[in-house]
Design a protein around this ligand. Structure first.
Ligand code: ADP
Ligand code: ZN
Ligand code: MG
Length: 485
């Protein structure tokens, strides 16, 4: 039998991100950065590219770039230079984009990305600053250039601060690419560098992909352009890898190309190569001085940097004794994390974690109401958990109370009082248990004889008799005590 040699296919992926910076004004002029306003209401001679105007660097943008770089473990350059990238397009009135070329503000970092149960370290090649182009609006039924009757240009976006982040080609799968993108987004939001809202186009991603040659060297790569959803990054890459595999399997060669992934048809199309010809004639921007980024200034920025998601997750594990999973859930969202911290300061941190990551988040998800917009303030949560801890209400009653608190904002003790949810305890509970024992002599006898499996039946009867207002653990204790088991 002929054993066919099996080729293994190892994917190699590198990502390039464009991130809108959360500054108040544009990169080189004082125009406001605003989304969704009337077209061409935030423009001036500088961002419209009028001759004779001069750019002035937005210091805040540099600061945010440095912050992002440090969060990605990059080295901040002592000297950085802006460069002109020359090309013609209607959304670029100057005929060049001010960007950075061979002296970017940050280089050589890395990002540790959780992918399933593993952590993949993704190298960061560089991070640089530039200005965004204006926005072309295609008029016609489709809203796209194809099939439109004309195109308009909205210069509100022209000149807004943009950061480009380029990773090393060491992402091993489409799944890891998606996780990398998600992690990067999480970090940018957490440190306030960008809102990174993909629907507003504040975060966009190009994905480069190839299949490693049999000798381990890199294969020819293709590039999937401008994906605005991480789900599509994953799906597009999977689809493109399949296409490359098919070509290699049939003995063909991969051609370097720039592609567009269409999620509707799940297909990749080649873009006209001329449009992406890399002949930008970069040269240093003569109207801007090289940036000097002193160590002292960088340190000062670092000191002002908020806690990173990874650091916060680690702290939650150590400080509150949470599992890495729970810590991950609670720190995935800054608001949720501070909510948790407010509650955990007053009650048992693990109990708080269970209630907040479980019941409270379910209520929020089911109702579509943000926790901060609900009636369940941290103070109410603390009050509720104290009632549970001191045995005033059963856990199942507490769940109902939380639902009411969430909806109405009434305090837990008021709700408990109003709805008669106080736990049945003490002599009263003891009496109920005795009643249940005499009503179920057979089960009681079996428990006395050491068969504890049936105890659940009796607990159920007690709960029924108290309409759920008893603590299950306590009922069990009393039953075992009375049955001498
Ligand atoms: P280009 O000259 O086409 O811009 P770069 O070397 O600047 O290519 O890399 C651009 C992106 O492509 C980076 O994210 C890099 O990690 C990635 N990349 C480079 N080579 C490969 C490859 N063989 N396979 C997959 N990605 C790659
Ligand atoms: Zn302007
Ligand atoms: Mg490049």
């Amino acid at each position: 039998m002929k054993v066919e040699e099996k080729r293994t296919y190892q994917a190699v992926i590198g990502l390039e991100f464009h991130v809108h910076l959360a500054t108040r004004t544009k990169m080189f002029c004082g125009c406001r950065v605003v989304y969704g306003d009337e077209p061409n209401t935030h423009t001036c001679p500088v961002c419209l590219g009028h001759p004779g105007t001069l750019p002035v660097v937005n210091e805040k943008a540099i600061e945010l770039g440095v912050m992002a770089g440090r969060a990605l473990n990059c080295e901040v350059s002592e000297r950085a230079v802006f460069a002109r990238k020359n090309y013609f397009y209607p959304d670029l009135p100057k005929g060049y984009q001010i960007s950075q070329f061979d002296e970017p503000i940050c280089t050589g970092g890395h990002l540790d990305v959780p992918v399933g149960d593993e952590t993949v370290r993704v190298g960061i090649t560089r991070l640089h600053l530039e200005e965004d182009a204006a926005k072309n609006v295609h008029v016609g039924e489709s809203g796209r250039m194809h099939g439109s009757v004309g195109s308009l240009v909205d210069f509100n976006r022209g000149g807004t601060p943009l950061m480009e982040i380029v990773t090393e080609p060491d992402i091993p799968s489409p799944e890891a690419a998606r996780a990398t993108a998600n992690h990067l987004k999480e970090i940018m939001r957490a440190i306030g560098v960008s809102e990174a809202d993909m629907e507003k186009g504040q975060l966009r991603c190009d994905a480069n992909v190839s299949i490693r040659n049999l000798d381990g060297s890199f294969g020819v790569k293709t590039e999937l352009k401008n994906m605005n959803s991480f789900r599509f990054v994953e799906r597009g890459l999977a689809r493109e890898l399949e296409r490359q595999r098919d070509i290699l399997d049939s003995g063909g060669k991969i051609e370097q190309s720039t592609l567009h992934y269409d999620p509707e048809t799940d297909e990749v199309h080649e873009l006209r190569s001329k449009e992406y010809a890399h002949d930008y004639r970069y040269f240093p921007e003569p109207d801007l001085m090289p940036l000097k980024l002193s160590e002292a200034w960088v340190r000062e920025i670092e000191d002002r940097m908020p806690e990173l998601p990874d650091e916060m997750r680690q702290r939650f594990v150590e400080e509150y004794g949470l599992s890495p999973y729970d810590a991950g859930v609670l720190t995935a969202d800054r608001d949720l994390a501070s909510y948790y911290e407010a509650v955990a300061a007053e009650v048992d941190p693990k109990q708080a974690a269970n209630w907040i990551s479980g019941d409270l988040r379910s209520l929020s998800n089911e109702s579509g109401t943000e926790i901060s917009d609900s009636g369940a303030s941290p103070e109410h949560m603390i009050g509720l958990l104290q009632l549970v801890t001191d045995g005033s209400i059963s856990r199942s009653a507490a769940r109902d109370v939380l639902g009411t608190v969430f909806e109405t904002g009434d305090s837990p003790s008021v709700i408990v009082e109003r709805e008669g949810l106080s736990s049945v305890g003490g002599d009263e509970l003891s009496g109920v248990v005795e009643g249940v024992i005499s009503a179920n002599p057979e089960e009681a006898e079996r428990i006395r004889a050491g068969d504890k499996k049936v105890i659940g039946v009796l607990i159920g009867q007690v709960m029924k008799a108290t309409r759920g207002n008893a603590d299950g653990g306590r009922v069990r204790e009393i039953l075992l005590q009375k049955l001498g088991s």
